[in-house]
Ligand binder design. Sequence first.
Ligand code: G3P
Ligand code: CA
Length: 277
Amino acid sequence: MTESLNLDRRGYSRLKMNRLSLLETWQAGPRPLIVAHRGASRAAPENTIVAFRRAVDLGADGIEFDVQRIADGSLVVFHDATLERTTNERGPVQATALADLKGFDAGGWFGASFRGEQIPTLEEAVAAIPPSVRLFVEIKLGPVFDEEIERALAESLKQTGALARCEVSSFDHVSLRRFKRVAPETPTGILFSGRLIDPVAAARLAGAEAMHPAWDLIHPDLMPTAHAQGLAVVAWTVNAPEEIERLAAIGVDALMTDVPDVARRVEEHAVVEPGLL
Ligand code: G3P
Ligand code: CA
């Protein structure tokens, strides 16, 4: 079925997720998908519109960004629990009003030419990323565990027409299971940064279609194990050309990187080892 599909690199949104599994969808096109981590975060301030636009310019197939729900119910794109690393303000993000967040400078820390860049809302991020580019949305939870974020995220993605091009991930597998209950058609992926005893079982428990191990946990044996169970494998965060090449060669389905232009160049020269798909 998938072999008959001849999709261009960004043609995935044409596929109906209820007819093809996530793995089939991704395997129908060139792989691995190159996903810009927090946008093109080596070239522009992470999780901002300018970083997303730069990622598209650099040839990313998808863009990863982090989402939090703040006290007034808005969903904002932001990585840390607190403001100080990537804005000109301090304090907990989730306790700050949207009007205040929008007035903070989320670009000046990275470089003077990015001064005035705002923290995007989820809706602004979706609107800024062309429909042909996939969205890899990470739910960030903790230290506050917001019980409404999954429903709010599903509703927002639905309203913006983005559900069909999304994959939702989290280190919080409980949250992923909750999200799956409100958005059963949207693929999800479990993030993990340490060795799991049984990553396939962990994915199944969360109702997920993908696993997202830290890149250095991906051993060649994992690929056939995951694929045999219909699970896609997404590596993060891979920036070294030799590691991008290794992961492409063993059949990783997508890789998240701060340098999508580098990954694109490496991937074009990588040869996928037969028998590992
Ligand atoms: O999605 C992979 C990666 O984004 C998870 O780590 O801390 O960069 O959000 P972090
Ligand atoms: Ca992330």
